[in-house]
Design a protein around this ligand. Structure first.
Ligand SMILES: Nc1ncnc2c1ncn2[C@@H]1O[C@H](COP(=O)(O)OP(=O)(O)O)[C@@H](O)[C@H]1O
Ligand SMILES: [Mg+2]
Length: 226
């Protein structure tokens, strides 16, 4: 078997903003089928790393290469990013995930509308399509944002703190959902969390970020402190 091309590769990449480097000399390779978690305290640069991979921020030095197109990335932003009062239905939110593939002024084709129903079923909220997004629980919202990200037909799904702002029960269910998407569909999944213990229970590939540096951790370790 030939060597797989990484979907994303950072090589000695320093990330951050024009006047502030946030993470120094990061090495990372994500392959098809990978399940990778990024763990680090608030402010350590998790969102910065995702936004760089997604092309919103340039690398300050080192290199970033992608083995797939930007429109093959599914992105679930940190939940605070969505205005809680914006009046929009679940179906409309998920339909937005397909807009990137439409030509200007093209209406959403029936096949895509049907896919919205299938994707909502897949994430376990098939009954919520007509509901107002802002009226739902944190866990339900997170599933719907995952559904929207799946609408792009991603090869890699990036989720920024998908377990924050959801109750304990939904956390377990959303974790299961991520594992299912990764295992059954072979999609690469890269998610962040500030809960190292949770992350260790889910995946063996952990990128720990803290105080400007990143290190890789394999499997479960006894030390739960930063
Ligand atoms: N737009 C920005 N311009 C300058 N600095 C930023 C910007 N966004 C975030 N930062 C800084 O980058 C650092 C990492 O932030 P962030 O990536 O959001 O961390 P995390 O997602 O781990 O909480 C913080 O010190 C933050 O203040
Ligand atoms: Mg963040």
């Amino acid at each position: 078997m030939g060597k797989l091309l990484p979907l994303v590769r950072l090589h000695r990449a320093t990330l951050g903003y024009a006047n502030e480097a946030v993470l120094h000399e990061i090495d990372l390779e994500m392959y098809p089928g990978d399940l990778v978690a990024m763990a680090g305290p608030n402010g350590s640069g998790k969102t910065t790393l995702f936004r760089t991979i997604l092309g919103f921020l340039p690398v300050l030095s080192g290199s970033l290469t992608r083995g797939c197109a930007l429109n093959e990335f599914g992105y679930v932003p940190q939940s605070a990013a969505l205005d809680a009062t914006f009046p929009i239905t679940v179906r409309e939110i998920v339909e937005m995930g397909a807009y990137g593939r439409l030509r200007p002024f093209e209406r959403l084709p029936t096949a895509e509308k049907n896919r919205v129903d299938r994707v909502l079923e897949q994430v376990g909220v098939g009954d919520l399509a007509a509901r107002a997004f802002f009226s739902l629980s944190g866990g339900q919202k997170q599933r719907i944002l995952i559904a929207r990200a799946l609408m792009v037909g991603p090869r890699i799904l990036i989720l920024d703190e998908p377990l924050s702002g959801v109750d304990t029960e939904s956390r377990a269910a959303i974790t299961e959902l991520l594992l299912k998407i990764n295992r059954q569909e072979g999609k690469a999944v890269f998610f962040s969390s500030h809960d190292l213990r949770m992350v260790r229970s889910v995946t063996k590939k952990i990128l720990r970020v803290d105080r400007g540096r990143a290190s890789w951790e394999e499997g479960a370790a006894a030390d739960h402190s930063w």
